[in-house]
Design a protein around this ligand. Structure first.
Ligand code: C2E
Ligand code: CA
Ligand code: CA
Ligand code: CA
Length: 278
């Protein structure tokens, strides 16, 4: 049981100190990890209504030599604070591009690779130039790349964001708004921004189809997206019931454990081969 009074406060302070120390340690470890290639990418398929593969989302994994696998939810915020996300993001982009190209023989030509972009990367002065160079060096056509940005990114610095988004659009790079619906943002920005895809946050999908209110919200987002000529992705689809409900609501693309967990590269190859042989 928790102790009361002064001891309670001491315990609390102790927890904060432990957290701080852990963060500092992770920060040092991150630098080693970048140098020693402890990172890898897992890929989760995005499946269209008709069962075809729209693409894969690249998800970063850190295999720590002592601590085991550390989830991106823990280390990305630290890498953002320290600026290490720039080097890491650059590595993700190049690795994912090369991996997608290595799968070409097994994939339809229009298959996309989706990459999560930190706001720090997006707002860097040389972002577009670095991106263009990576595409050139890896040989990935711009039209095969989708960048996932959260709503918040697009709201903060609207003018800079609009300029960059138009440049991406002109290059042929796709843009998805990630975690859509969680940002409490005004919807008006959707009319002005050249984006291709809305990804409905998992929190709206979890309680489908029983929850009437969630169903109404999801149905509303899908209708809105279609009126704006955007593709809608539902993330975190875990059950057949959720898939059926979303299909009935005319959702375009599904992603989640029901179809596949994120897989390391060799497992993606097997997954694609076993689908072909069916
Ligand atoms: P996200 O972009 O919203 O990615 C989806 C997360 O949901 C992933 O967690 C994925 O493994 C998980 N997921 C997928 N399907 C299901 C499902 O059916 N049920 C449940 N419960 N979860 C599902 P993950 O891989 O732990 O990544 C967490 C977050 O870390 C990502 O959220 C993204 O914001 C960030 N992240 C991952 N990789 C990168 C990266 O390369 N760069 C940046 N900047 N952020 C990244
Ligand atoms: Ca994402
Ligand atoms: Ca998401
Ligand atoms: Ca998320």
């Amino acid at each position: 049981a928790k102790k009361q009074g002064r001891n309670g406060i001491q315990t609390y302070t102790h927890d904060i100190n432990t957290k701080l120390t852990q963060r500092l340690m992770l920060r040092n470890d991150l630098q080693d990890a970048i140098n020693q290639e402890q990172f890898s990418l897992h890929y989760q398929p995005l499946i269209r209504h008709d069962g075809t593969v729209k693409g894969f989302e690249a998800l970063l994994r850190w295999q720590h030599p002592e601590k085991g696998v550390i989830s991106p939810g823990r280390f990305i915020p630290i890498a953002e604070q320290t600026g290490q996300i720039i080097a890491l993001g650059q590595w993700v982009m190049a690795r994912a591009a090369r991996d997608l190209l290595a799968l070409s023989a097994l994939l339809p030509n229009n298959c996309l690779i989706s990459i999560n972009l930190s706001p720090l990367q997006f707002y860097r002065a040389n972002f577009l130039q670095t991106l263009a160079e990576t595409l050139k060096n890896t040989g990935l056509p711009a039209s095969r790349l989708e960048l996932e940005l959260t709503e918040g990114v697009l709201m903060n610095d609207t003018e800079g964001a609009i300029t960059t988004l138009h440049a991406l659009h002109n290059m042929g790079v796709h843009v998805a708004i990630d975690d859509f619906g969680t940002g409490f943002s005004s919807l008006s920005y959707l009319r002005h921004l050249p984006v291709n895809t809305l990804k409905i946050d998992r929190s709206f999908i979890t309680h489908l189809p029983e929850n009437r209110k969630d169903t109404a919200v999801v149905s509303g987002i899908i209708g809105l997206a279609h009126h704006l000529d955007l593709t809608v992705v539902a993330e975190g689809v875990e059950t057949q019931q959720q898939h059926q409900a979303l299909a009935a609501l005319d959702c375009d693309v599904f992603q989640g454990y029901f179809f596949s967990r994120p897989m390391p590269f060799p497992a993606v190859v097997d997954w694609l081969k076993s689908r072909k042989s069916h």
